[in-house]
Design a protein around this ligand. Structure first.
Ligand code: ADP
Length: 474
């Protein structure tokens, strides 16, 4: 099945989300730029208008009389008004930066200077020292007036006017720049983001593909290789690979276990079949029949024990429903098992025990009995003639409140290289010496320890004896 990457892919979702945010930010930025530059522009234009009109105010003066010499001077302008003259200084500015200024009659007609829009300005009444706004043909005008009454020029006004278009010309270039630059940047960011997201997410596709290959091909040996790196995705790939390692190991162990079980069961079945064939071949005498039946019974015992053990393993794996954990007197339990097991008196081996009183733990009685029985049986089985077995139960005060159960013997011992293997299912060091052993005893002990959260350890010297320690952390 082809992997559908694009449909609903995280890459598309991230890009879409990111683009929406970016578009929103761009729109917001453009709107803000527009608003701020408009406000700044309006203020700048108004300030320039006021400044120009106020400057001009000082350049206008009235004289009732004036000498011919003054009139002949060509730097200042003299205009007749009523019974005198108005002097317009040569510093009087009539047009600058789009601002027009002039002297007006109070009916709105221009006396001297420049009038950018007579239709409009005639309509706007004069107002001393106030910036007025008026709109004409969709354009805003700012108008600023000063009465010249203070200069003995009643009925004359100084007026300056400027249209917003003037400021807008500057502003629109900023806006145009933003309008072009921002979308280009947004497109650039979106494309870049899409490519970047693709790169970032490539490891996820790699993980996805590997997981699918494993799922479809059932090839548990496949691993994800993202190359060097230590980001979250590399960690995820690392965890995935670790998980696959464990899965592969447990699958292999499961396979090994099934093949071991069939192999172990095949031996007693073959013996039974061979025995039956032999005895049925011809008429046999009574002793031979009895011998054959005894062999069959022994093999049946062996198989039953194995099946029982295997059943117990699977029950242990299923959890606490079958073997509930209860508060129990471990001291009493160990002692009673020892009393029973001491009666066996195999190979003249003496079993003795020392149990600290009143040790209570939370555990399953039947499993603890099974565990101790297995260890003592092994100590008998691999013990030397007339040897001894010591069972000890005590609290280890040096190490917090640990409870230690020790089974020690002076039997054949265990070689260092076998110490780990003897806990594997069906493993037997020397099957000719185990008699009725199945190779499941110690792995069962280990499983029971795991069930109780306990540890098992072993110290042994070949030819001198072995000591098994079970440590309960409670
Ligand atoms: P078995 O049924 O063979 O006893 P176990 O799992 O109980 O299976 O033990 C695995 C192997 O560990 C045995 O075959 C034996 O070689 C070795 N072993 C176990 N207990 C002892 C012991 N107390 N002394 C020496 N060897 C032991």
């Amino acid at each position: 099945m082809a992997i559908s990457r694009e449909k609903n892919s995280i890459r598309l979702k991230i890009t879409l989300w990111f683009s929406l945010i970016l578009l929103f930010i761009s729109f917001f930025t453009l709107a803000s730029v527009f608003y701020i530059s408009r406000t700044v522009m309006q203020k700048t234009v108004k300030d320039a208008l006021i400044r120009m009109v106020e400057n001009n105010y000082d350049e206008v003066e009235y004289y009732e009389e004036i000498s011919q010499g003054e009139l002949d001077r060509d730097d200042d302008q003299y205009l007749q008004y009523q019974n005198g003259y108005i002097e317009i200084d040569d510093d009087f500015i009539t047009k600058m930066n789009g601002i027009s200024a002039g002297v007006y009659y109070s009916d709105g007609k221009l006396f001297v200077g420049s009038d950018p829009n007579p239709d409009l300005l005639e309509k706007v009444p004069f107002s001393d020292g106030q910036v007025q706004t008026s709109r004409e043909d969709g354009i805003n005008w700012y108008i600023y007036d000063r009465s010249l009454a203070g200069q003995k020029l009643d009925g004359l006004w100084l007026r300056g006017a400027v249209s917003e278009q003037q400021g807008q010309a500057q502003m629109s270039s900023t806006m145009k720049m933003s309008m072009i630059l921002l979308p280009v940047l947004v497109i650039f960011a979106i494309v870049g983001g899409y490519i970047f997201a693709g790169r970032l997410l490539r490891p996820i596709n790699e993980i996805n593909e590997t997981a699918m290959e494993i799922g479809q091909g059932r090839d548990l040996s496949k691993r994800i290789d993202l190359g060097p790196g230590n980001d979250e995705l590399h960690q995820l790939a690392g965890n995935f690979n670790d998980m696959m390692d464990r899965l592969e190991k447990s699958f292999d162990a499961e396979k090994q276990f099934s093949s071991d079980v069939s192999h172990e069961l095949r031996t007693p079945i073959s013996v039974i079949r061979a025995e039956c064939e032999y005895i049925l071949e011809q008429d046999r005498d009574k002793e031979e029949y009895i011998e054959a039946l005894e062999t069959i019974e022994r093999q049946e015992h062996h198989m039953s024990r194995m099946v029982e053990d295997l059943l117990m393993f699977s029950r242990l794996e299923r959890g606490t429903d079958i073997y509930p954990m209860e508060d129990m007197d471990l001291s009493g339990l160990v002692e009673s098992v020892c009393v029973d097991m001491a009666l066996l008196q195999v190979k003249g081996i003496r079993l003795d025990w020392s149990c600290q009183e009143q040790i209570h733990i939370k555990g399953s009685r039947s499993l603890i009995i099974r565990m101790l029985t297995n260890l003592i049986s092994n100590a008998y089985r691999y013990g030397r003639d007339h040897g001894w077995i010591h069972v000890r139960l005590y609290r280890n005060k040096d190490r917090g409140d640990q409870t230690v159960l020790q089974v020690e013997d002076n039997g054949i011992g265990i070689a260092p290289e076998e110490k780990e293997k003897i806990f594997h299912r069906f493993y037997q060091v020397d099957s000719s010496r185990t008699g009725s052993g199945t190779g499941l005893g110690l792995s069962m002990v280990q499983e029971i320890c795991r069930y109780h959260g306990a540890d098992i350890s072993l110290s042994s010297q070949p030819g001198e004896g072995s000591s098994f320690y079970i440590i309960f952390f409670q």
